[in-house]
Design a protein around this ligand. Sequence first.
Ligand code: 3PG
Length: 412
Amino acid sequence: MAQKSHLHLDEEPDYNEYVVCKYRVTTDLPMEKAAEALAAEQSTGTWTGISTLDDEIFDTLGARVVSIEGDEVVVEFPVEDFSVEVGSVPQILSVIAGNLFGLGSLKGVRLEDVSFPDSINSQFKGPKFGAQGIRELLGRPEKPLVGTIVKPKIGLDPERTAQYVYEAGSGGLTNSKDDETLVDQAFCPIDERTVAVAEALDLLKDEGHLMMHAINVSTRGDRIVELAEKVQGWGATELMVDVITCGFGAVQALAEDPSIKVPIHVHRTMHGAFTKDPYHGIAMLPLTRLVRMCGGDALHIGTLGVGKMAADAKDDGNLAACLGDDVPFKTVMPVCSGGAYPGIVADIIARSGMDVQIQAGGGVAGHPGGVKAGAMGMSQAVDAAFLGIPAEEYAKDHPELSEALAKWGKKK
Ligand code: 3PG
């Protein structure tokens, strides 16, 4: 076959028939050459011309570079490049985010965004509950959800974990969860922890307060559904999955299994390994889109530029990817987590709007009055923001918020 080009720079991206990806490319080559190399490697080419590539294969399966503007390269992949197997994220990622990261001709390349046509979206089911479903389970239709991560992240035994959850609920929190490194350690077996936490949640319910706690079921792929079923049987009201370490298939397996009847809270630990560098890796946005397709009901998106993960936690489209109506899936509850404390709650809500779950570990357990007072401080901060009252003003007759502001101040 005579050498053909992947460049189609006079054409508009076709969002109906192609998977359209936006990359940021850094290279010493002319950008057109670099884009050509990327499109070739990810579809029908390799580093040299090959005798087995014919026109038909190239024309039907070759990736097409449809735009180059500065360092932004838009590439569209024919749907035929993707597996007909239902909803295969591993294969999708190998195409749109695979070998290209290692290409010697590119100094850096970052997948910034991806859009899927209906033919691929229809292979996925999306969340079972979504943001609205979680709100319904909690009987909280409008106010932001407010939660905590049990701290220390490892070390408490089941009884102390349950006590923490009870105090957090007594202080008004709607959500709590295991941290990303806690699953089934000897000091806190998952069966005993789940039962103890379920009892604490039942007690809160008897007292008139609805709360859910996500039990972390992150484990090997061949066991996660079985573990989740057991945990559900022991009384779990929500499950948590570390999506990057477990894989998207883990979220999907749980979301699509009819036996799983509680929401899935998705933690993104390890994402910083590839989201943090603005010139190389994968931005959070494609990951958010995939989590929604795979059925995560709630997803960590950082604290929108104001918490401990501030440097890599700006919104960058993730709120819209969780809540937008441009895809045929239920919405995902965006979770602002990581260094949150009462003094930054208003700033977060100003950026997120009311459809958000804000949660704090240190910002609850570090309160001078203990966990219940810390929960009250966070809860009061959310109430103040919901009512449009400045936190300092609201704190005048809410001592727990006042103490939190005295300890941590407002935005750092
Ligand atoms: C998380 O899971 O987001 C972190 O463990 C949050 O903990 P922190 O509120 O103490 O930063």
